[in-house]
Structures are given as structure tokens and as C-alpha cells.
Design a protein around this ligand. Sequence first.
Ligand code: ADP
Length: 445
Amino acid sequence: ENGTVKADVQGDGQVAKTEEEDKEDKAAQSLLNKLIRNNLVNTNNQVEVLQRDPNSPLYSVKSFEELRLKPQLLQGVYAMGFNRPSKIQENALPMMLAEPPQNLIAQSQSGTGKTAAFVLAMLSRVDPANKWPQALCVSPTYELALQTGKVIEQMGKFYPEVKLIYGIRGNKLDRGMKIQEQIVIGTPGTILDWCLKFKFIDPKKIKVFVLDEADVMIATQGHQDQSIRIQRMLPQNCQMLLFSATFEESVWNFAKRIVPDPNIIKLKREEETLDTIKQYYVSCCSKEEKFQALCNIYGAITIAQAMIFCHTRKTAGWLAGELSREGHQVALLSGEMAVEQRAAVIDRFRDGKEKVLVTTNVCARGIDVEQVSVVINFDLPVDKDGNPDNETYLHRIGRTGRFGKRGLAINMVDSKSSMNILNRIQEHFKKKIEKLDTDDLDEIE
Ligand code: ADP
């Protein structure tokens, strides 16, 4: 998190994140994404499908009817407001529901319909007449498991015979009991214990195994090991499904250990571009001057909604205070806020209840900036070594080609070193960042 001071234990100027912190960051980001997302992300990219058996025909569906779902489930799907399968669902669903069952590794960014797809597969595969677990889903954290559980409950609303139980720490069952629910969703440690140590679950009777958020899961070695141990207890013919938002080498290596003979579906995320962005910088000498420049900008142009990025929580808090004093309706996102609180702030901002959102970088990664017309880097993004963080810069102000509404980005520079960072960012993207004179702002609109 920006703004927290960590001990420089290695003495080499680098402060390494612990494995646990890294996992928590990723899990929190993922949860935030889920909490603030209420529809599918739009994408223009084509789904890439690699079939295990390249000779078998490639099925894709354009409607949910074609899937021959149980009527109760189709009703559940429509009650959720889904009219047609999402891009990855078009290919993933026929594969996931095929007989005999097929294994699948699927990668696509958050918000593309992965969860809905595997929930539908789990609900379709279990037999409510059998009072034992038949579908197992592991998630990296308790909170993420709960989110998936909610989707199961919503989609299974008209199919109440199918029951769900959470395999999470704190859910203590009596020794010797056998779970009767058909679907178990939880974290790897508890699920492993329930299968192995307590024998609440007979893993040999599992028909579908889902591993969600593989990229978050692999951030913890313990979770990797536990997931692999669970997988080894499952029968040969159990359907294995693995999902991930990203697909680095490490995720891929893990995925191959969890899912034998997989079909693979990938959907590239929409590329961000600076092509439709007007980029400016303002030269100042201090934080106070930067604030003054900001006020001048607000005085000169109409800004519907702006996001302002600061490097530390402290600066963000200060700036939010100053802006409120000027009469702006300001929302502040800060690292110490719980994920649910952050989601609430983002929701209010998206509803237009506040016009300015001041934030540090970490908090705002999940926000779609499509509706934000102005992004202000009150501090330029730098990595932990003080080098320009080009990726973050692009992510803050870039737009996906398709929604290429014109945008405006203003960078605040307050020292030789920040000017240097700005120049390096400019060189990196080979896009001119024009100087802006905040005493004469006619040029910018
Ligand atoms: P992911 O697991 O890839 O993050 P989700 O399954 O959570 O994606 O879907 C993202 C959002 O889109 C959710 O709000 C979900 O209810 C909605 N959604 C999923 N599938 C469809 C669909 N076919 N039509 C409309 N909305 C959908």
C-alpha cells in the first residue's frame, strides 16, 4: 500500500512485500472488483479456444435455451437478468456441460462471466436426490467464497433442493458427521481438512471440482499445495475446472497440475491506449502550489467527474480536506478502509454523488474510468525504486480503444526529479505531454 512505511530489512533500499501481503492485496482487489461490478465488461476481442481433441466440433451457443438446462436453472438465469451468454460463456458453457464431462482451464479478466458459468455447471451436475457433496469449489479467501456462494444461491433460487455449505475456517462441524449438502464452497485448507482429516466429505464422490481465482491462489505456496492435495483425492472421471483473471507462466504451470487434459479458453483483455487522451503537465514548486493549480483548473474548465491520484494516504487525506474546504464534493479512497467501505465509496462516485475522487493508487485499480473525463496525477506514479511506473500511468489514464471517449490527463510536477519522471513517461509512450499554463487555460477545452 502506498504510504505505509516498511522496514528496509535487507538494507538495499527495497522493501519486499511478504507472500501473505501480496496475496491479501490480490484477494482484496478481486473482492473489490466483485463488489463494484454489476454487469459484464464489454470486450471486442475474440475468444481463443484450444480444444483437447482438435477433431471434435467446436460448439458454441448464442442462447441459454440451446444448453438444455433444467427449467429451474434456466428460470434462475433469466431471473438474474441474463439474456444471452457472455463471450466466454458461449464457448465455455457447452464444454462444461458436455457429456462425458470435459476439463477446462479458462482465463479472462474479471467481469466476463466466469463465475456465472461455473456456478451453472455445478448446479447442473449435482443430483439433489443424493445427500452428499458432489461439487467442490475452492476460492482463495473466505470473502471470495461468500461472493461465489451468493451467486449459487441466486442462480439456484428455483432449485431449492440443491443445498450449499461453506467450507471455511470458523464453520465447525461435529466430528463423525457427514455433509449432506451437494455443493461445498470454501478455502483450500478447510476443504482439505474436511476431506482428509475429518472425512466430512468423501472426495471419491465428487463430480465437479472448481478452482477459482488461480492467480490469487498461487500467491500462497500453502494454498497451492493444499489445492493439489485435494485434487489428488478426486476420482479420475471428476470434471476439473480452473479459472484465472491473468495467465502468467506460474499460473499456467499450476493450472496444468490441477487440470489434466484440459480444454483451454482465453479472452484477452481490451488493450488500453493513450491515443484518445490529451496529456498535459503543470509545473509547480510545492504541494500547495499544486493545489492552487488544481483550483485554477477547476475554475477554468467544466469537469464532470475527476479522479485524482496521490502517492501516499497522507497526501490524499490532506488534498481531500483542502478540496472540501473549497466547496467540492469529494470522495476519498484510502488504504486503511475495508474493502466493503471502498466499494461503497466507489458506488457513490459512480452514481455521481461526488464529483471528485481522491485516491492512492492501490485502491483505485478496479474502477472503470470510462465515465471519468479528467484524471489528475497529483503525484506521478513511481515504483518502489522511484522509477516511473508506466504501467500504472497507462492504467490510470488509458482508455480501451472501443470506449475511446476523449479524455484529459493532467500531471502535476513539483521538482526536478518529478520532471525527470514525466520525461521518461513521455519517452516511453512516445506521446507528447504538453505544458499547461494554469494562469492561462483557454487552450485546454
Ligand atoms: P467473472 O467471474 O469473470 O468476474 P461474473 O460471472 O462475476 O464474472 O460476471 C460479471 C457480472 O456480469 C456479474 O454481475 C454477473 O451477474 C453478470 N453476468 C454474468 N454473465 C452474464 C450474462 N450472460 N448476461 C448478463 N450479465 C451477466
